[in-house]
Design a protein around this ligand. Structure first.
Ligand code: ZN
Length: 407
């Protein structure tokens, strides 16, 4: 392709976009807790550009509109959907960054033309708006949409299932967030992003449809590697017969799962959001040019699988007192952010995941527990202990019956 008279290969163009990303980044998202009302407003603005076809394709259980944005006139159809789990918003933000790139006035008109001459994109941001509203994985009747493909009890699942049947896309992008405790293999680096070309059944066979997904992922990994070496993983490939990705592969769509992971000091996942933008735009380029066929399965299979190796918080050398005797232990804590209906705000809840010798474990934050005493499940802090926690009102749920607010 040509920009200013120069031919740009995919790696060069993606490198440029990596450094220009802030220009396209949607500024209306000030944190990761995005709501349906925000995307609705953005879509009204985008529709007024005349570049996209924005249509309402149905409503959620609580009557929130679900939209599909269509762009391009190419033969190869690509369906992208995000946030079927309401508390996994990172890729929704990336999709709006991508839409901003599509309408930008800059030197990349030829690149966009190449994409839209070859591809027709169908983009469904925030498939689970009711879950997003209260930051839960499930929808308003507590159904995990990604376990609802076969029965399609939820309207949100019906919409996506129907869309795939109507469009019959060659490629599908299933966009999620994963927990913060994964590493690629036993590397003790955080997984920033992970990928999966899911199997269509328990045989785990590589069918031609799945192989195309594998090759696209190999291409993305090849391009992303230089930005985040050692932070890319493969998602585990256990077959889940009720999930969308596995069934889409079975029904002819090369489905690619992208899981947004963890990056240090990136609470709102804005860096991960940028990586998603780069991953998606790389994928679209190599699909549009057919370049993906040149990438080998080996890159995908050589990428280490996610291993659970991080706690969010590791408190070392805590004294446990039980029946007047004392013991030295380490405590590994996992944090979960939940929407609290009473305070109408998000709170962090922390759970003690493991107690004992955690000297082989890693954590995103490590503290000395010198001066901390665990008594009958309650974590007490004496005056010498300095424990800096992320939020002032962090609640630690202890493994016994005790609950203590650490101040
Ligand atoms: Zn998910």
């Amino acid at each position: 392709m040509y920009i200013n008279g120069h031919i740009l290969d995919t790696v060069t163009i993606i490198n440029q976009l990596y450094h220009r990303y802030e220009i396209y980044s949607e500024t209306k998202f000030s944190n990761k807790f995005i709501k349906h009302s925000q995307i609705k407003e953005l879509l009204i603005n985008l529709q007024s550009t005349g570049i996209f076809e924005v249509s309402e394709i149905g409503k959620s259980i609580q009557e929130r509109e679900i939209y599909c944005i269509k762009i391009g006139k190419g033969e190869t159809k690509v369906l992208l959907w995000s946030q079927m789990h309401g508390d996994e918003p990172t890729a929704t933000m990336s999709l709006f960054d991508l839409l901003n790139f599509f309408i930008a006035k800059d030197n990349y008109d030829l690149f966009r033309k190449e994409l839209f001459d070859n591809l027709t994109l169908y983009i469904v941001p925030m498939l689970n708006p009711d879950g997003a509203e209260v930051f839960t994985r499930e929808n308003a009747i507590n159904i995990d949409l990604n376990r609802d493909y076969i029965r399609a009890v939820s309207p949100e699942s019906k919409i996506l299932k129907q869309l795939q049947k109507e469009i019959k896309p060659q490629f599908g992008f299933n966009l999620h967030d994963q927990d913060s405790y994964y590493s690629p293999g036993n590397s003790y680096k955080s997984t920033a992003i992970s990928f999966l070309a899911p199997p269509q059944d328990y045989t785990n066979e590589i069918t031609p449809v799945r192989e195309n997904a594998i090759r696209v992922i190999s291409g993305i990994i090849n391009i992303l590697y230089d930005f985040i070496p050692g932070h890319i993983a493969r998602y585990k490939d256990d077959h889940e017969p009720r999930s969308f990705g596995d069934n889409f592969i079975l029904n002819g769509t090369s489905s690619i799962l992208i899981e947004s992971g963890y990056w240090e000091s990136d609470d709102n996942k804005f860096f991960i959001r940028k990586l998603n933008f780069i991953a998606l735009i790389s994928a679209l380029r190599i699909i549009a040019t057919g370049e993906y066929k040149l990438y080998e399965d080996k890159t995908y299979f050589d990428t280490p699988v996610n291993v659970e190796s991080f706690f969010d918080l590791l408190i070392k050398d805590v004294t446990v007192i039980k029946d007047t005797k004392s013991y030295q232990v380490d405590i590994g804590i996992i944090r979960k952010r939940e929407f609290d209906l009473y305070s109408d705000n998000y709170i962090i809840k922390s759970f003690i995941e493991e107690v004992g010798d955690l000297s082989f474990s890693n954590a995103h934050e490590v503290f000395s527990g010198n001066g901390l005493v665990l008594i009958d499940g309650n974590l007490a802090i004496n005056s010498d202990a300095k424990l800096k926690l992320k939020d002032q009102d962090e609640i630690i749920y202890c493994f016994d019956n005790g609950t203590l607010i650490i101040r």
